[in-house]
Design a protein around this ligand. Structure first.
Ligand SMILES: C[S@@+](CC[C@H](N)C(=O)[O-])C[C@H]1O[C@@H](n2cnc3c(N)ncnc32)[C@H](O)[C@@H]1O
Length: 233
């Protein structure tokens, strides 16, 4: 899967791209992340990409010209233009359903805003899919873009050591929260691992996990139970 990230701060991605699962996936050729700086499409000698809002008000807005030019050059580069995405707090809420939908795409082009955001004619004309990480405001679209990449690469076959782990995660498959999990030691500060998990009885363990997942979801996220589907395995 290819990600093209359009940003004013490509340097923010360096640590993220060079470690852990994402680095392994890039080295294995499963994921390709390319960084582009909007400023490279600015035409004036100050390389400016922003301007003050009409009507007044605080802050600066990203201007149409460099953003349109950048998007069009990046989308023309490669076999297919890919799905254009604008990171914005005003977009569709990013959740596991959207992660699964987007994981079907071969290429995503992610536009990261800064300052007060984008001139509205950028979404009017380019018609990106507008995606929000939640009802809060970040300083820029870079961390939201990393979040998208992080969630999406988990669904690319070969990226996780064990494909089953993504199926059992919260929100996946059953749509519920995952059951509680434990590792050694068997007793820690008086807290014991539930007996059934030590029994070796796979049927009993599966039934316990199913029950715990349901209980936990009822207690913490009743809203998820309205969308629940039965797990496949
Ligand atoms: C300070 S925000 C601008 C917020 C904008 N003035 C508004 O109220 O809708 C700057 C940029 O950060 C990114 N951003 C901030 N919060 C976000 C969120 N919850 N989800 C996705 N992107 C976000 C967007 O790319 C946005 O253009």
């Amino acid at each position: 899967m290819r990600f093209d990230v359009l940003t004013l701060f490509p340097g923010l991605f360096s640590g993220y791209l060079e470690q852990s699962l994402l680095k392994k996936a890039i080295d294995a050729g499963l994921v390709d992340v390319r960084l582009w700086n909007f400023r490279d499409w600015a035409t004036d000698r100050h390389k400016s990409v922003d301007d003050t809002p009409y009507g007044g008000g605080p802050g600066m807005l990203l201007r149409c010209e460099p953003i349109y030019d950048c998007v069009s050059a990046v989308q023309a580069e490669g076999e297919a233009p890919g799905q254009l995405i604008m990171l914005t707090p005003q977009g569709r809420r990013f959740d596991q359903t959207l992660v699964e939908e987007l994981s079907q795409q071969q290429r995503l082009v992610l536009m990261c805003g800064r300052y007060e955001g984008f001139d509205d004619r950028i979404s009017q004309g380019l018609r990106p899919l507008e995606v929000s990480m939640g009802d809060f405001i970040c300083n820029g679209g870079e961390v939201p873009a990393m979040l998208m990449i992080d969630a999406l690469i988990r669904l690319i076959p070969g990226v996780l050591g064990d494909e089953a782990s993504a199926r059992h995660d919260s929100f996946s498959c059953s749509g519920r929260l995952e059951y509680p999990q434990y590792t050694r030691p068997r007793v820690y500060e008086g807290m014991e691992v539930p007996e059934v998990l030590l029994s070796g009885n796979h049927q009993a363990i599966a039934a316990w996990r199913e029950e715990q997942s349901l209980m936990r979801t009822k207690e913490r996220r009743q809203d998820l139970l309205n969308n629940t589907v039965e797990p496949t395995s």
